[in-house]
Design a protein around this ligand. Sequence first.
Ligand SMILES: Nc1ncnc2c1ncn2[C@@H]1O[C@H](COP(=O)(O)OP(=O)(O)OP(=O)(O)O)[C@@H](O)[C@H]1O
Ligand SMILES: [Mg+2]
Length: 463
Amino acid sequence: MRSNEEIHILVVDDKKGSREALQKMIAKEGYRVSLAHDAETGLELFRQEPVSLVITDLRMPGMDGITLLKEVKRLNGTTEVILISGYGTVESAVEAMREGAYDFITKPLERALVLKAITKALEKQELLRENADLRAKLRNLGDPSGLIGNGQSMIEVKELIRQVAPTSANVLILGESGTGKELVANAIHNLSDRAGKPFIKVNCAALPENLLESELFGYERGAFTGAVARKEGRFRLADEGMLFLDEIGDMPMSLQAKILRVLQEGEFERLGGNETLKVDVRIIAATNQDLQEAIADRRFREDLYYRLNVISIYLPPLRERRSDIPILVEHFIERFSEKNKQRVYAFSREAVELMSNYDWPGNIRELENTVERAVVLGRDDLLSVDDLPPSIARGAEKQDESPVEAGAPVISIPVGTPLSEIEHRVILETLRHTGGDKSAAARQLGIATRTIYRKLDQAESLK
Ligand SMILES: Nc1ncnc2c1ncn2[C@@H]1O[C@H](COP(=O)(O)OP(=O)(O)OP(=O)(O)O)[C@@H](O)[C@H]1O
Ligand SMILES: [Mg+2]
């Protein structure tokens, strides 16, 4: 943040009285002020030294305020301009805003309103500057992985990608939905010596078992009803390149055995055929599931797991790398502003703060959608909290009213327990947890304190 002394404000007004009134208001806040009695003198001053903000009267003898505004904007687009008018005519206000004035205030000048307009104009300017800095940083990253993020975990992920990409090792990418697993897979392919070779993707969760099998291995003509011609599978298409097995945790057990064979021997047959095909395919697999747990549940073969998991890359959820949020927001703003041909510059500080505090269950994909929606629907070039979905905009309140405190003790209740008894046990355990404090327990349970007394009485009388 700039200090007020670093901010230079130029006041242009033909009336001595209002010039000096403005000077007094502004100088009191510690800003540096220069005065000009007409637009020509103002421009002269403007050319001589940097000015953050121009406050100009609309009607003046000689050059008027709107012409001055246009001239200032032409000379330096980052200078903000506030116009003042004795008779706040709507048309002039509209024209001024269209020409890029930040605001329009009417005489008689009210100190509070003037200062508010100044603060807001300067805040916008500051935000735009920060954003330009961020964008420059983004461009300078020049990162071949295409992954945005400067936090420690992202730095480590990028380093791992750089190390593993040029090898021939299979890679397992782990992380919640929307954390960027596919992006990492793309990066590995791009940075590998197979970059010019095919990169074939299969979503193992999207297809029923028999379709998935024929997609992967292909089939011979007549292998099943509807197989009117031979079709090559994705393993064959990926020969010499890479195959991305997305959502591998959802791969049916029976297919896992066949995949294992390709991984071990590099060979397979098309469905309905007996010609053995040899392929050289590097596998990148991804899942949002806990494969250790799947192995314990006998839903996933341990031997396949070890074949796939030569190297694993874990993408932490966004809520565990919040420092990346502002730069990701910036990245998506730029992407979607371009796509939508909109003049969108930035989110307000408050909006970025709310986004930084939000938990993002859908991770980066949810963030991406949120920014796109705001860019498409936002009406101002400064996006505000109002452009965020209610779940994020109300973030602060929502977290406060979270009913269950983290780390609260857990009780287990057999299925079939009567509701009245469940209720009684929960009340007793909550009371134990609060050390017998009935009003604290009532607050946690979301009921009135007297209800606790009543329920305890009832339970007592039933004994
Ligand atoms: N670090 C990042 N920088 C920039 N964009 C990212 C980053 N991570 C993810 N994205 C973007 O977020 C979206 C979701 O990423 P991706 O599809 O790779 O996630 P995923 O982990 O495969 O999700 P799912 O499990 O739901 O398939 C994509 O549009 C991707 O481009
Ligand atoms: Mg994915």
